[in-house]
Design a protein around this ligand. Structure first.
Ligand SMILES: Cc1cc2nc3c(=O)[nH]c(=O)nc-3n(C[C@H](O)[C@H](O)[C@H](O)COP(=O)(O)OP(=O)(O)OC[C@H]3O[C@@H](n4cnc5c(N)ncnc54)[C@H](O)[C@@H]3O)c2cc1C
Length: 352
């Protein structure tokens, strides 16, 4: 295509990072995005009634220990310093995650010190009690398996924090863009060398028109699912406006019991404590999150890592290698879960 050096197909955080980096290298970049708006799954909507920034595809908190990714996104937006904490509702009680002194002391009704925690939690009966209460039901809902099929060895991989620190992430750099996530994408794409066309999807037939194509849509979709569909877990969200200023007192509560059909409730106004007017508003927006088995046409959220899916990915990668002008990345293209900071650093790395 004339006047275009590179096509970037997919304007999620991976594609927007690629587009910006290449534009700054002097390339003329055309961006195609299948949806009518940019931002991918980090896209938000402002609730017209309350002004609350609703994370349309589930809560997104930027957190990182990667300087390159952090410095890159901060060129476009300032972050508000929000520090993420997650609560877990089990039975009729609420506990602080992750697995640390707050959870263990609260659950067993003890008062351990940091030095006492490791020995206390080395006991297999206690490990099992914590696993059954906080991990079995949640994991079975998340991955669609009966609780009996959830392997208790999961708990061995769950880090035990011997402190009262209830910060969910270990990353010092955390926050939500003060001007909202959408402004991050709009500013990244605001460059004289970038042209954006939305509601425009790349197909294999388009490849011949471009010297170089960076694609972050689903790997199998580009090849028209010729080897079959890659499996995903999907999510269904139910949003509700409540006539109270504060419904649950925090941004996310995990519902860990198998009997509760949803896994989490998000209350978005807590991501912006600096927005005094929004916080003071007598209403709030909550969103229940229900995991579900993916079927063609559903939004893909979490890749399902099995021997079969890995083999299928390999087949599609071999197919993709036949197109030397094609660079495939992002969570859908690589069929891999990446946090936003990882998506940014992987995108930066593939632009040289
Ligand atoms: C429920 C959930 C919560 C998460 N929370 C966090 C969090 O708190 N913190 C964090 O760091 N990360 C979080 N993540 C991860 C985060 O969503 C990803 O890192 C990010 O979305 C990856 O961006 P991407 O550009 O690879 O993919 P996407 O955001 O999916 O963007 C891909 C884009 O490509 C477009 N597209 C598809 N096919 C085509 C085509 N043929 N042509 C043109 N365009 C196409 C799509 O419409 C989409 O806009 C979460 C993920 C999930 C599932």
């Amino acid at each position: 295509m004339e006047n275009v050096d590179v096509l970037v197909a997919g304007a999620g955080i991976w594609g927007c990072t690629v587009a910006r980096r290449l534009a700054e290298q002097g390339k003329r970049v055309l961006v195609w995005e299948r949806r009518p708006v940019v931002g991918g799954n980090v896209r938000c909507e402002t609730d017209p009634e309350t002004g609350i920034e609703v994370h349309r595809y589930g809560s997104h908190i930027f957190h990182t220990h990667d300087d390159a990714a952090w410095n890159f996104v901060r060129r476009f937006v300032e972050f508000n310093g929000y520090q993420h904490k997650v609560l877990a509702r089990h039975g009729d009680k609420t506990y602080f995650l992750p697995l640390g002194l707050a959870l263990v002391n609260g659950f067993f009704n003890v008062n351990l010190t940091p030095a006492e925690l490791p020995a206390f939690m080395a006991d297999e009966t206690r490990k099992k009690a914590i696993f059954d209460a906080f991990f079995r039901g949640y994991t079975s809902k998340q991955w669609g398996k009966p609780p009996e099929e959830i392997d208790s060895s999961i708990i061995k991989r769950v880090p035990v924090r011997a402190s009262w620190d209830v910060n969910y992430f270990n990353d010092v750099r955390q926050g939500i863009p003060l001007t909202g996530y959408n402004s991050l994408f709009e500013r990244m794409l605001d460059h004289p060398n970038i042209r954006v066309e939305t509601s425009r999807a790349l197909t294999l037939a388009d490849l011949a028109d471009f010297g170089k194509v960076y694609y972050s849509g689903p790997l199998d979709a580009l090849f028209d699912y010729k080897f079959g569909h890659l499996p995903w877990r999907t999510l269904r969200f139910e949003t509700e406006t409540k006539d109270v200023a504060d419904w649950q007192g925090t941004s996310v509560v995990n519902y860990v019991d198998a009997e509760v059909p949803y896994t989490r409730i998000h209350e978005f106004k807590h991501y912006h404590p600096e927005q005094k007017d929004v916080m003071a508003c007598g209403k709030t927006v909550i969103m229940r999150e229900y995991p579900a088995t993916w079927k063609p046409g559903d939004e893909p959220y979490y890749p399902v890592d099995t021997a079969e899916s890995r083999a299928l990915v390999e087949k599609y990668r071999e197919e993709a290698a036949k197109y030397p002008a094609l660079v495939i990345g992002g969570r859908l293209g690589e069929y891999k879960y990446y946090d936003m900071d990882q998506s940014v650093s992987r995108a930066l790395a593939c632009c040289g």
